[in-house]
Design a protein around this ligand. Structure first.
Ligand code: NIG
Ligand code: FE
Length: 410
């Protein structure tokens, strides 16, 4: 006997095994999902069930003909931070650029001040509100980065808060150490010394306490050079932590190729990435994480190399990048819409971007991201007539239920 079986669902499995019909969703129109413990035990057509549902499972639940997708994965966020940057938004609207503000000591560094000043409890509360917004739309896995501490104590504080969020909410959280996000004011004109601190003190402390699942950096003119970034990657490798990178967002520093060289889980942003780097990503299996919210909010015009990603078979993920400066976003469905309108992705590609490819960008593709036997029973019921509606509507949340680890979570 299974614990539970959901019947009468239209399944967008997002599983390659069901993609032969070419719809991009791996759809099973008259579907059922059986759950054993916290895992998916069976997925298929109702008529292929070996017996009556009542004879197969303790609990039978009727999805009422609704569409069911895998639990959504937001694979790139900076959800934990103090303060906000609404004033900076106003400044940008009167002509100052994101880079100018950063170089004048605003930008990321202003959030660093607010985050250092905030208590763990305050950070937990403000991040909880944002996390709840994501979860209301069916997000069951989220990545959270540090990077607004830029000293050992505050970086650890942020990551502890991220871990605590997972205790307090029904969600899977992966944490990423982003000590190399910006140069803290106390290291002005001494970036190499700061990188030494990141590699020889911050990262070891974070790793010893098991606070991070991956390591990230911001490789950019207003961030760190490729050489500095590589030092951080080498330190991550000493602690067997996988890497990812904020790469080629505002200029082409060959960041995506650097991430690929270090077998990065993902390279993120990628507006300025060149085709050679795309090929390197394809060879390394590095996922392209696109962040249309940041592209929109910074009014970027340079498109990521979409055709090259497709041609070379680089998996494309999408994420909110939820952060106070470049993407004050708490809707992953809105990112689907923006990916379609701004980057010309198809709704099916966009859904893959926030399910299976998002999972891949976190190294979790064997556990979440598709409706597949053996994966965690995380899935979402939707009040929609066709899956493209998830990308089509703006500001509408059709989430009708969330099953997380086999149980009804909302
Ligand atoms: O992903 N690019 C660098 N980091 C963030 C922005 C951080 C901020 O402006 O606070 C991003 O866009
Ligand atoms: Fe980011």
């Amino acid at each position: 006997m299974w614990d539970t079986i959901w019947i009468n669902g239209k399944l967008a499995t997002m599983d390659a095994r069901h993609m032969a019909n070419g719809d991009g969703y791996g759809a099973i129109p008259d579907g059922a999902i059986a759950i054993e413990g916290d895992r998916i035990a069976w997925v298929g057509r109702m008529r292929e069930l070996p017996d009556r549902p009542e004879a197969l499972a303790t609990h039978v639940r009727d999805a009422g003909g609704r569409w069911i997708t895998p639990g959504l994965v937001d694979c790139h966020t900076h959800l934990v931070y103090g303060g906000n940057r609404a004033k900076e938004f106003e400044l940008r609207l009167t002509g100052a650029s994101y880079e100018e503000i950063a170089r004048a000591g605003g930008g990321i560094v202003s959030t660093v001040q607010a985050t250092r000043a905030a208590s763990e409890q305050e950070l937990l509360e403000s991040a909880s509100v944002r996390l709840e917004r994501l979860m209301e739309e069916g997000v069951t896995t989220v990545e959270i980065k540090s990077g607004y501490g830029l000293d050992t104590e505050t970086e650890c504080k942020m990551l502890r808060v991220a871990r605590k969020l997972a205790d307090q909410h029904s969600i899977t959280i992966r944490t990423t150490f982003l000590g190399a996000h910006a140069l803290p004011p106390e290291f002005k004109d001494r970036p190499d010394e700061y990188i030494d601190l990141v590699c020889s003190e911050m990262l070891p402390k974070v790793a010893e306490q098991g606070l991070a699942d991956a390591v990230d950096a911001f490789c950019e003119g207003i961030g760190f050079t490729p050489a500095q970034t590589e030092k951080v990657f080498q330190a991550a490798e000493r602690y067997s932590l996988p890497v990812k990178l904020h790469a080629d967002q505002l200029s082409d520093l060959d960041g995506a190729a650097l991430a690929a060289k270090h077998n990065g889980l993902s390279a993120d942003h990628l507006e300025y990435t060149n085709e050679k780097a795309v090929k390197a990503m394809a060879r390394a299996g590095t996922v392209a994480v696109l962040l249309p919210g940041a592209f929109y909010f910074l009014r970027e015009t340079k498109m990521p190399p979409m055709e090259a990603f497709r041609e070379h078979g680089v998996p494309i993920a999408l994420a909110t990048d939820s952060n106070p400066g470049s993407a004050p976003v708490t809707s992953l469905l809105l990112m689907m819409n923006m990916a379609c309108t701004l980057f010309r992705m198809t709704p099916a590609e966009a859904l893959a971007g926030i399910t299976i490819h998002g999972a891949r960008a976190l190294g979790l593709a064997d556990r979440v991201g598709s409706l597949t036997v053996g994966k965690r029973a995380d899935f979402v019921l939707w009040d929609i007539e066709e899956p493209a509606e998830l990308a089509y509507r703006i500001g509408h949340n059709p989430c009708a239920g969330v099953i997380r680890s086999g149980h009804i979570a909302r």
